[in-house]
Design a protein around this ligand. Structure first.
Ligand SMILES: Cc1cc2nc3c(=O)[nH]c(=O)nc-3n(C[C@H](O)[C@H](O)[C@H](O)COP(=O)(O)O)c2cc1C
Length: 202
């Protein structure tokens, strides 16, 4: 599997998990054969406005490389500046979170709330991709809820914006982490677009 110019040793990618995928956890995952490890989601505002407090989220070690750092936010400029800082601090891939279902995150327009804002998604991806030279990926959901399944539309926007990889969590925001993920949707997306696609959610 290749994400932009980054060739992975294998297509097994560690799912980003808040409070869990810190450096020691990632080193363990790497030791056990992970092709790409991911940080937990990091606030773009936090990085930009309080770097001293939040730079611990960017802590890395050569043994875990390559490393994807996941950012969340809803402001294209803030995300672009945070992505630049993150890349300068050694990340190999910038991943934008468009799937977090937690109210605290979606209330600010970030995470899965972005699934309902295709125009904003395009602006975010344009700004972020022009701010960095490392690969850019996104993690999306099937949609907001059963009435708004639009992963195909968001993936097309990502493809148009030159995003290097997509991860699809085949559940809606309304499902949270429960219930079956839609693997038919994952298969559909895989057939539709050439961009490398990873799947998450059982
Ligand atoms: C404790 C926990 C924290 C998570 N944190 C994040 C996160 O920071 N960013 C993200 O994109 N997904 C996050 N997720 C979602 C996972 O990356 C994964 O997509 C999800 O758990 C679906 O897989 P599963 O059905 O095997 O649990 C989290 C999941 C769990 C259980």
């Amino acid at each position: 599997m290749q994400i932009g110019n980054l060739k992975l040793a294998n297509p097994l990618i560690l799912a980003p998990m808040a409070g869990i995928t810190n450096l020691p956890f990632r080193l363990l995952a790497k030791e056990h054969g992970c092709g790409l490890v991911s940080s937990e989601m990091v606030s773009s505002h936090g990085l930009l406005h309080n770097f001293k407090h939040n730079n611990r989220y960017l802590m890395s070690h050569p043994a875990e490389k390559p490393l994807a750092v996941q950012l969340f936010g809803a402001d294209p400029d803030v995300l672009a500046q945070a992505a630049k800082i993150t890349a300068e601090n050694g990340a190999d891939v910038i991943d934008i979170n468009m799937g977090c279902p937690v109210k605290k995150v979606t209330r600010s327009g970030a995470g899965a709330a972005l699934m309902r804002e295709p125009h904003l998604v395009a602006r975010i991806l344009q700004r972020v991709s022009s701010a960095i030279t490392i690969p850019l990926s996104i993690k999306i959901r099937a949609g907001w809820d059963n009435a708004q399944i639009n992963a195909v539309e968001i993936a097309r926007i990502a493809e148009d914006c030159g995003v290097d990889a997509i991860t699809l969590h085949g559940r809606t925001r309304a499902q949270g982490y429960a219930g079956a993920a839609d693997w038919q949707l994952i298969a559909k997306l895989k057939k539709l677009y050439p961009v490398p696609l990873s799947a998450t959610g059982m």
